[in-house]
Design a protein around this ligand. Sequence first.
Ligand code: AMP
Length: 461
Amino acid sequence: MKKHASKPDFSSFSLSSDILSAVEKAGYKKATNVQLETIPAILKGRDVLARAETGSGKTAAFVLPLLELLSSHNIYRQQDVAHRFDGSKRASRNCIQILVFVPTRELAIQVREVFEQISAEITPPLRCLSVYGGVKINPQMMALRGGADILVSTPGRLLDLADQNAIKFNQVKALVIDEVDRLMKGDFEDEIQRIIKLLPKKRQNLMFTATFPDSIRNLVREIMNDPAIINIDELLEKPETTQRVITVNHDRKNDLLAHLLKDNDWSQVLIFCSAKRTCDNLVKKLKKRDVKAIAMHGNQEQKKRAAALRDFKAGKERILIATDVAARGIDIEQLSCVINYDLPRSPNDYIHRIGRTGRAGETGMAISLIAHHEFQHFRVIEKRNDIRLEREQIEGFEADEQAPPPPEKTKPKKKKRSIRKILHKRSENSTLQNTETKDPVTNKKKREPDTTVNPHIWGNR
Ligand code: AMP
């Protein structure tokens, strides 16, 4: 059930009726927190740095206002952002107007689909394309010949296209970097930097990220112009996910999994395996146990992979077995259950995995099936995420040995901080508090201008 507190609906934003009608059809009733703060700032033409996780409604938070800026003339005049957008012109041959970077091809397709969905009633129609690696480049080069109002891309493929002169950046009016933290982790930094150098200097920059590692601070300093900083801690709705841990003997995992899938009426289930080969094997093993499932992983041809995702998203398939990488960024509404057939390597990935269910106020179920050799690893996951879950046994599938008790919840130890860090922090604080300085000429106290810069993100400049 979707729950929305008394937040304003979308009609409170300066959005055209075409966009509002598409928003209504998409079923969005009230704006989410990130949308509430981000949409007005983008409509004013400001650069925006927003902290927002998958599930917060961040995609619509940039899609709606960018489409408005791209399609409406009045708004440019009203808000004096004519220098950024000239809605009368469509992108010319090989040119693009809005460039969106995303870390994965699945996310590229997904974000492009949101642009298409929300722009469906805009006339003349806007052209949205997505390009990504792992498929032939030629069709993408051909598609770009006609230009695109919106291009959603992974950085590597965009560079390839630029190297082949298939794309011109002189009409770019806005750059969106979505999931910046993941992009930076994925070694895309150099590629992003190279492309940014090709873009016109006068453009709107929007960044969305769940965390703020140093690499992002540097990027923000380099490319953003007095951004509105939107630090959204709260997700769209706190995911209501029930987490369960079931202990089982390793050689009975498949039987238990088949039993759970048959015994529960979960509408859709995403099962995580650690290896690509395990995904395919598990499809076969479940088939032997009369359970139909499909796999999605990086070893498959792009066509097959896209078909698997499409069928699962459309509800044609009930069970999808995927690796972390393949499932990254997938947003499937009302995913009722996530099962960890293999445990994720990192405690962080555990959180990402269970975040796939219990989205947008829907309650969800996340189940980890752990055999003896995984007990220790699961303890680490619990400890690092500060959670503690009861171990369950399912009748008929009990593990031979008694599972060890769950770890005691201990207070996190205070981290030892290096003297250097403490001194740095102190100097940072003293600079922060010291906003009153003396004017060297008059020797009177003067107040530093109040900036929108958040020192926790930017550090001292
Ligand atoms: P995102 O954070 O962009 O991955 O969005 C997560 C999910 O929230 C998607 O399924 C969107 O369709 C949905 N969504 C986005 N905005 C809203 C809204 N205002 N109300 C309800 N659902 C929304």
